[in-house]
Every structure is written in structure tokens, then in C-alpha cells.
Write a protein that binds this ligand. Sequence first.
Ligand code: ADP
Length: 151
Amino acid sequence: MKTAVFPGSFDPITLGHVDIINRGLPLFDQVILAIGTNSDKKYMFSLEERVRFLEETYKDEPKIKVMTYKGMTVDFCRKQNAGFILRGLRNAIDLEFEKSIGQTNFKMSGVETLFFITSSGKSHISSTVVRDVIRNGGDYHFMVPDAVSKE
Ligand code: ADP
């Protein structure tokens, strides 16, 4: 069974995440959407809400499993028998950041990171922008899946 972990905060899940997840899905038997929990970080949506958004978005996709974890992503991958991490690249800043994390993870564990370059027209979407728009009462629905829109 070939398993990939897609780790993130998903605060909230956006159509940018959905793009990467859907494109990674055909390559694996199982993709675990893993919400990393960090007690120092302040989130807009609670862990329960973030889990619910992911579960609702992928309720008809049996290859997707939603989980939460604490600690290092590679330790979580090992526990889940996942040999791959899935990540998205929007721009050169993402690349620089992800490069060192990917290299470190591989050195520590042999877990490979697979990168997808964001689909054209989606690289402006980020959870940070969505949260800013929500805070300011703007229209954010075109950037998120229906499960988040309904909130
Ligand atoms: P983190 O808190 O680890 O940055 P995020 O939930 O913000 O987690 O993002 C998780 C992954 O989704 C990252 O690999 C990020 O680059 C990717 N991602 C987020 N938005 C987009 C987008 N618009 N296009 C492609 N990848 C994206």
C-alpha cells in the first residue's frame, strides 16, 4: 500500500490545497491529510472545525484519511507507514522554504517529498489571505471548498 502524507495547518483548507491533493491522489493508494498541532500557534479555526472541513470536502473519496498529529512530520509518516510527503509550491519563497525541510526530512528518515507546482490561477490562494479576507468581512468563497463556504 503506497501512502502519502499531506501535512499542513489547513486554517482553513483552500482550493490551493484541494488542487494539490486531487493531483496527488492518483499516485497513491492512500493520502493522509494530517493536521499538525502546535500549541504555540494561534489558529482562526479550531482543530475540530479544521478536521470537519477536510472530512466534509473528501467525504466521497475513500482514499483520503484525515488525521491530526503532534511533533515531527517524519515521525508521523513512520507510524503511518507512509513513504512520501506531498507538498505544493506556489512561488520561489515556498521553494526555498520547502527545499531545506524536504532535504532534512529525507536525511532523517528516507521519507521522500513530492512537490506539485500550483495550477495556473491558484497561486494567489493561501490560508493567510483567506483569514485576512474573513476578518475584514470580504468575499472569500471563491478561494475555499464548499465545506468552508458554508461557515
Ligand atoms: P503550513 O502551515 O505547513 O504552511 P498550509 O496549510 O499553509 O501549511 O499549507 C500546506 C501545503 O499546501 C504547503 O505545501 C503549501 O505550499 C501548500 N499550498 C497552500 N496553498 C497552496 C496553493 N494555492 N497552491 C499550491 N500549494 C499550496
